[in-house]
Design a protein around this ligand. Structure first.
Ligand code: MLT
Length: 411
């Protein structure tokens, strides 16, 4: 009989957002008339920018004609998109990225999850706690951890606690680690790392020959100057960091799927015989073997965000969500609830009233005021006593949700 990958059995039964969807569906079935407002999963609600729609329509028409039809594209992405990304997101900030250091994909969740395949299974992983579950779960699946302990931590992983006591900025690990996952602006806490904080991590990685896996999916939401938009703004980062970016939250591509990963050729790891190997080469090998490229139509849509009108439209939508973030943050504060984030990120991380366990607060919010959020404990033990609300709802629902919390929630 075939055997299974036993590492999967180490994981809790379901993925966080699947568990939330299950609980909400059960509540809805028992209370069909409940007017539920969903501020749980970070899924966008506003339509794609008109510039993207126009470009996608045009691309559809091209595919309808034998002369302009396209089948398989380059696995790494079309140059009309990679060039635009390099120009706008990197060159404009003084960062040199070569065209063979960028890989277009079907979203940064896939890339963040798949990247660990090109690292040895004996690598020691460090993650923040709380953390976007994809980084941890995929390393569990790959066998890079032991089992789940009673304290909610997996054996063999270095956890970097982040809470209000350290301003959600993780301290450097005491032991040497190989792979370090950092997400900035952070999901779930909505907080950021300053240039100086990030520099500490780059220096650590250089000294310890570690690699930083830097998830910058929310970079477009940064409003403050001192927060780097890319890790490559930090000197030396190109030797030690891989960066993930996404069109999902930047331009509403959660459904259409498009993201990219930057792997500078200067980021290297040791082979078993001690030779130095570029991670870029391994990712290219993996990408070309396992992926046939993001849809042409989607890439045309993504490239349109770099046109003048595309930039304007994207900025307007981001401003819309950030106004939601302000409404939630200030509304919570008015209700006497301590709230973090929401200034450089579309997530608000709140302290549960009276330190209520976060799944209890989830149930309370759902049953009393019919609002769905995400329990902090779902992101790791240090998320216990915290709760996440997203600013990706529409304005009307966001305002209604805040009013319900202020007026109807019995704290
Ligand atoms: C979230 O809610 O944390 C995000 O939607 C997750 C994701 O982007 O995959």
């Amino acid at each position: 009989m075939a055997t299974i990958n036993d590492n999967y059995l180490k994981l809790p039964g379901s993925y966080l957002f699947a568990e939330i969807a299950r609980r909400v569906a059960a509540f809805k079935e028992a209370n069909p008339e409940a007017d539920i407002i969903r501020l749980g999963i970070g899924d966008v609600t506003q339509p794609l920018p008109p510039a993207c729609i126009e470009a996608m329509h045009k691309a559809v028409d091209e595919l309808a004609n034998a002369d302009t039809f396209r089948g398989y594209g380059p696995e790494q992405g079309y140059s009309f998109l990679t060039d635009a990304i390099i120009e706008h997101n990197y060159k404009a900030r003084g960062i040199e990225i070569a065209s063979d250091e960028i890989f277009i994909s079907d979203g940064s969740k896939s890339d963040c999850g798949n990247i660990q395949e090109i690292f040895g299974t004996d690598n020691h992983v460090a993650i923040t706690d709380p953390v976007y579950p994809v980084y941890l779960d995929t390393n569990v699946m790959a066998g890079r951890t032991g089992t789940l302990q009673e304290d909610g931590h997996f054996e063999g992983v270095t956890y970097l606690p982040c809470d209000a006591s350290n301003d959600f900025a993780p301290a450097l690990p005491k032991e040497r680690v190989d792979m370090i996952y950092l997400c900035c602006p952070n999901n779930p806490t909505g907080t950021t790392l300053s240039r100086a904080e990030l520099k500490k991590w780059v220096d650590y990685a250089r000294e310890n020959e570690s690699v930083i896996l830097f998830d910058a999916a929310y970079a477009a939401y940064i409003t403050e100057d001192d927060v780097p938009r890319s890790i490559y703004e930090i000197e030396g980062a190109k030797d030690v960091a891989i960066e993930f970016r996404s069109f999902s939250k930047t331009a509403g591509f959660t459904g259409t799927r498009c993201g990219y990963t930057i792997i500078p050729k200067t980021v290297k790891g040791h082979a078993a015989d001690g030779t130095l190997v570029e991670f870029n080469k391994l990712w290219n090998r993996r990408h070309t073997t396992k992926f046939n490229g993001t849809a042409y139509i989607v890439q045309r849509g993504a490239a349109a965000i770099y046109t003048e009108e595309g930039q304007k439209q994207v900025k307007e939508t981001i401003a819309y969500y950030m106004e939601n973030a302000r409404i939630i943050r200030e509304g919570l504060q008015a209700a006497g609830i301590k709230a973090y984030g929401g200034v450089n990120a579309p997530y608000i991380w709140l302290k549960t009233p009276e330190n209520m366990p976060s799944w209890d607060f989830f149930d309370k919010l759902l049953t009393e005021v019919h609002i769905v959020g995400t329990p902090g404990a779902g992101f790791g033990p240090c998320g216990e006593g915290y709760f996440r609300l997203t600013a990706f709802g529409n304005r009307e629902n966001t305002v209604r949700a805040v009013e319900r919390i202020k007026k109807q929630l019995h704290i």
